[in-house]
Design a protein around this ligand. Structure first.
Ligand code: PLP
Length: 357
């Protein structure tokens, strides 16, 4: 194409952020729930959709949904912003509060989309390394914040793809030290008992705190595309100014309102997945791989004495898709497996054992 049709630099590396989608038997590559949402939700959702007047635009303010999310977390609807997946939540946030001439700080290795979306929004992205156990070192983290003075600080707890939740004291200290927004991505927050939402109650730095959640993981609704953030109402107002009008469809809003009524089922699913994760970790411990502890629904592992990409390809050929991180800086030789059903996990362990033999 002509030079006039040049792709923006921020987009040139887009391919890196996509996990390949292949029609395989066992898909353990994107940390989805191995179980569908409850049948009762399915029925309630179908009934509700049948009654929608689709000739009308959706509720632009998503009032019912934001009220439902707000009541779940004990905050006002004005402190909640919802969008099509937490990825779109982040895009709106950074369109509103990022932009060129502003800086984002990430601690690598972490969720690649944070740097990517910051880049899309025109921000300069500064990457600092994590500590030896893949947690953010509080001293080095505070020093990085003082040096970089980020307009937007990103934390991810539990961190994808490494698995551990950050020490709440580290999060509190870094949020307090952040001069601008402090975004804590809690996509896997339902799998842990700690949340940065507790920092909202009068802690220093609470004004800039943004806690991001998704319905794609523990809530088993990746296909519905719904995520949200909880933040100061001025931050929410900024996100709404950046979002396109009517960006959140009527059916997505309904799906979310109804999903939140099945919290007990969500918690049961989380317990089942956590138990399966422990079994998976036990199985991995018996094999020739290094592993890291996980507070989420996936496990990072590194085969010893075997090329990780070749192993990934062998597993795929045998019908099990995991995620290959082996070429990501700081994750050399690493693969990540999502926790599936006990049967899927066993199949994975069997194939892995065979491939490592
Ligand atoms: C999976 C994941 C998300 C989810 O993104 P959605 O757009 O809500 O599906 C967000 N953050 C992290 C760290 C994730 O791993």
């Amino acid at each position: 194409m002509s030079a006039r049709v040049a792709l923006r630099d921020e987009l040139a590396s887009l391919g890196r952020y996509h996990s390949p989608q292949s029609p395989v038997e066992v898909r353990l590559n994107t940390n989805e729930s191995p179980y569908p949402p409850p049948a009762a939700w399915q029925h309630a959702f179908s009934d509700a959709v049948r009654q929608v007047g689709f000739q009308r635009y959706p509720d632009r303010e998503a009032k019912a949904l934001r009220a439902a999310v707000g009541s779940r977390h004990g905050v006002e609807p004005e402190e909640v912003f919802c969008a099509n997946g937490s990825n779109e939540v982040l895009l709106c946030l950074l369109l509103a509060f990022g932009g060129s001439g502003r800086r984002a700080l990430v601690f690598e290795p972490t969720y690649g989309l944070h740097a990517h979306v910051a880049g899309l929004a025109g921000m300069e992205v500064v990457a600092e390394p994590r500590g030896a156990d893949f947690r953010v070192d509080p001293v080095a983290g505070a020093a990085a914040i003082a040096r970089v003075e980020p307009d937007v600080l990103f934390l991810c707890s539990p961190n994808n793809p490494t698995g551990r939740a950050e020490d709440p004291r580290t999060v509190a200290a870094l949020v307090e030290g952040a001069p601008g927004l402090a975004v804590v991505d809690e996509a896997y927050g339902e799998f842990t008992s700690v949340s940065s939402l507790t920092l909202r109650d009068g802690s220093a730095g609470a004004e800039g705190l943004v806690v991001v959640r998704t319905l794609s993981k523990a809530w088993a609704m990746a296909g519905a595309r719904l995520g949200y953030l909880v933040a100061h109402r001025d931050v929410v107002a900024g996100c709404q100014a950046a979002a396109l009008p009517y960006h959140l469809s009527t059916q997505t809003q309904l799906a979310g309102v109804l999903a939140l009524r099945y919290e007990t089922e969500m918690a049961e699913r989380v317990r089942a997945v956590a138990a399966a994760r422990e079994e998976l970790a036990k199985g991995l411990a018996e094999l020739d791989v290094d592993t890291w502890p996980s507070d989420a629904n996936f496990v990072l592992f590194r085969p010893r004495g075997r090329d990780a990409s070749a192993l990934w390809a062998d597993l795929l050929a045998a019908g099990v898709l995991v995620r290959d991180f082996s070429s990501r800086p700081g994750l050399e030789g690493c693969l990540r497996v999502s926790v599936g059903t006990p049967e899927e996990n066993e199949r994975f362990l069997e194939l892995l054992a065979g491939a490592l033999r």
